[in-house]
Ligand binder design. Structure first.
Ligand code: AP5
Ligand code: ZN
Length: 214
């Protein structure tokens, strides 16, 4: 099963993708994670993407579509969760071609519907395990009481350089202008399922499970 998790920054795409990986053995393809890895390694892609990401703008369609193309065969059995991709009409068209070349097609586009003001709080409070990438929040999801990651037991955490309020506002504007307009394309295909992303992590997960099991 191949699905897209669609929603603005902080909607919970990464959090829900991690749960689907753990519970269903699906593979998370996050272009944000791939780009951050490229930046950390200083690859040519990373060098191009760094400033764009720190400004909260979108990296070029060609770069992110190529990253997805490189990883698509890793998840031919278990299915992919596209997290943060596609983000433009051009990327949506590229994904359709990439899947079609492999006789695959999307099963669902799950839109996480959220309140933008709540997202600023979610994002500015966010941090992740420096070892396994598990997602945490200052208020909503703390590590264990002894300060270690409840997935891998590591004790170091990190914050993203683009998780400040000003950049978050730019990322949201990019979402409204370039990403939200791809929804009608998927609606026409009957693929869109809306989930209230304002519930707890568990409530959102249950709503997604109900769709995938239907
Ligand atoms: P990317 O990494 O994709 O970031 P994003 O879309 O801005 O999304 P986030 O990762 O911020 O949020 P999320 O929805 O995953 O929320 P999360 O689960 O972490 O992209 C970063 C940048 O890379 C872009 O700005 C762009 O420059 C570039 N880029 C990436 N892909 C691209 C593409 N395809 N094309 C062009 N450029 C691209 O949750 C957020 C916080 O809230 C966490 O702390 C979490 O614990 C908490 N939380 C989650 N769910 C809940 C809940 N239900 N209740 C309470 N708290 C919750
Ligand atoms: Zn961890």
């Amino acid at each position: 099963m191949d699905i897209i998790l669609l929603g603005p920054p902080g909607a919970g795409k990464g959090t829900q993708a991690q749960r689907l990986v753990a519970n269903r053995g699906m593979i998370q393809l996050s272009t944000g994670d791939m780009l951050r890895e490229a930046v950390a390694k200083g690859t040519p892609t990373g060098l191009k993407a760094k400033a764009v990401m720190e400004a909260g703008e979108l990296v070029s369609d060609a770069i992110v579509s190529a990253l997805i193309g490189e990883r698509l065969d890793d998840c031919s059995g278990s299915g992919a969760i596209f997290d943060g991709f596609p983000r433009t009409k051009h990327q949506a068209a590229a994904l359709e071609i990439l899947l079609g070349q492999r006789d695959r097609k999307l099963n669902y586009v799950i839109e996480l519907v959220v309140d933008e003001e709540a997202l600023v709080e979610r994002i500015t409070g966010r941090f992740t395990c420096a070892n396994c990438g598990a997602s945490y929040h200052d208020k909503f999801h703390r590590p264990k009481v002894d300060g270690t990651c409840d997935v891998c037991g590591h004790h170091e955490f990190k914050r993203r350089p683009d998780d400040n309020e000003q950049t978050v506002r730019t990322r949201m504007a990019e979402y409204r202008a370039k990403t939200a307009p791809i929804l009608p394309y998927y609606e026409e295909k009957g693929l869109v399922r809306r989930v209230d992303g304002m519930g707890s992590v568990e409530e959102v997960a249950a709503a997604i499970d109900a769709i995938l099991d239907s």
